[in-house]
Design a binder for this molecule. Sequence first.
Ligand SMILES: [Zn+2]
Length: 347
Amino acid sequence: MQSISELVERALAQINAAATPAALDQVRVQYLGKAGELTSQLKSLGSLPAEERKAFGQSVNAAKAQLEEALNERKSVVGQGAKPASAMLDVTLPGRRRLAGRPHPMTVTAETMKRILMGLGFTYEDFPDIETEYFNFDALNTPPWHPARDMHDTFYITPTDGEHRLQTEAELMRTHTTAFQGRVMRARNGQVPIRAMTTGRCYRKDDIDASHFPIFQQLDVFAVGTNLTMSDLRWTLTELAKGLFGGEAKLRFRPSYFPFTTPSAEVDVSCIICKQKGCSLCSRTGWIEVLGSGMMRPEVLKMGGLDPAKHQGFAFGIGVDRITMLRHQINDIRHLYQNEEAFLRQF
Ligand SMILES: [Zn+2]
């Protein structure tokens, strides 16, 4: 037994000293080969008294296992000689591109608009997707009977029946980011001027098709001050359009109706694809509808704690999805919300 532990010690020292695969193999043969030192120990087993054989056999086997393990470990350090062809590096192969994350095209569009408007003095703030019925509708002069408040169009969070809909503290998924107007005016506590914007997801019970999705993203902007007129609105929108679509972009205002503005206008931008010669994107009209806007109604200013006799405001809301689709000529809104890597990788 004593001699076996000495033998193991000696072998381990030689294994650790072996610097090449060949030297290591020599050590293996010296101890574990057919005529190896440890192997020949087993041959002496027969000459031992019967009661000692078992213990001696076990210690020889343990020593063998220990040396094999040490040999394997050392083998990985000194290398295994020539590598197999499959592990060789072929420098002529094309590299593997690592897929990097990138901003969603809608994020890029929203950030571009934010940057342009910040340059015009607008401040940015985020608001929650869950809004009270009061700020979403009442504070925006949308009467209780208005069809937009119907449960068929709006996702209500507070359980409601027909009557509870008139409860203004009911919660819902905001149907437009315009809901932020009341919150901003209240927070400013009567102080003007205000130049504010927000963007985020809005929710409506729309049937899904190429241009409708129950979730969509808006960017909403408003300004309140003294002596503000439609021309201030028009100037702001023209600057925004130039930044988004290039210096040649022209705007067209068409009379429209929103409960929270008067006068109200739908705004079209000159077709960026055909330069107004007529194409399928603009339905051969040369114009593309991009946003809704108007002068804030006195009722809305009043509910925000401001005096409509002293102050005026203008407001506009843009579909971030729509602008993104225009900029990249995407023909189906569903692409923007389905998180398909193959689609998103193009941007
Ligand atoms: Zn066109």
